[in-house]
Design a protein around this ligand. Sequence first.
Ligand code: ZN
Length: 303
Amino acid sequence: MQSLTLVDVAPRDGIQNEKLMLSSAQKLELIRRLAQAGLRWIEVASFASPKWVPQMADAEEVFRATARIPDIRPIVLVLNDRGYDRAVAAGARYIRLVVAATDTMNRKNANASPEETMNSYKPIFERARGDGVELTGAIATSFGCPFEGPVDPAQVLSLAARFVEAGAAEVDFADTVGMAVPPQIERILLRARQEFPGTRIGIHLHNTRNVGLANAYAAVRGGADVLDASTGGAGGCPFAPRATGNIPMDDLVFMLEGMGIATGVDLDALVATSRWFEELLQRPLPAMLPKAGPCWKTPPPLA
Ligand code: ZN
């Protein structure tokens, strides 16, 4: 059976663009509920500047408190060495570094060209070895940029190669504003598998144009090791206009379990968490499964 690791990004990507500010206790309760539903890899915070991402201002407090939740891998996002310092000081051991594939998007994210950002990460990779930190690399706008349009896969793969050469344990291709279609996902996975054997390959999807779950299917068929989603389908990027939520973890788990891919997630518990999360955010979330309800306990046999 194919092994696929799910990462729930609701506590980071899911809420960073919400107008309603969640308290640290509410964020922690979300993480605790996700863990209880069976999600093990959880993106819990971003150590970004509170000036630009105010929703993540309490990253230290939230991260430290996750130590009390057993059996999870709390992952954090970092965009520069200041963020790395904060994350490591708080005790983070799994850190995602981010670069955007296009110049305009990376300047919005990090006020630097992608090349400058990659150069600034070199010393971080050296320090991470001594700090016992696992670094992974995420490439935003891998399939399309809200400012520059379609993105050349060669450009994306060259950034991925830089991450792999530096020692990243995983490279994630992110469809930040939902511009990808399934063949793009399959092809980048095929190329990445060939070029980076031994590195985990992840796909991070947004459902901006309603092709998210089809892209997730393509990611599974293409042999992705890691797939990001957000419970309820909350989310959006503060630096990208009209960005909408991640693919809903609820709907994704339903599809995967139905395909015979064990996720370890309890669908009923996940749906309950999603409904609770929706009440917390005081707005309807896009996930469909909590509305329709799971229609089986055990996945139907495949003919
Ligand atoms: Zn995202």
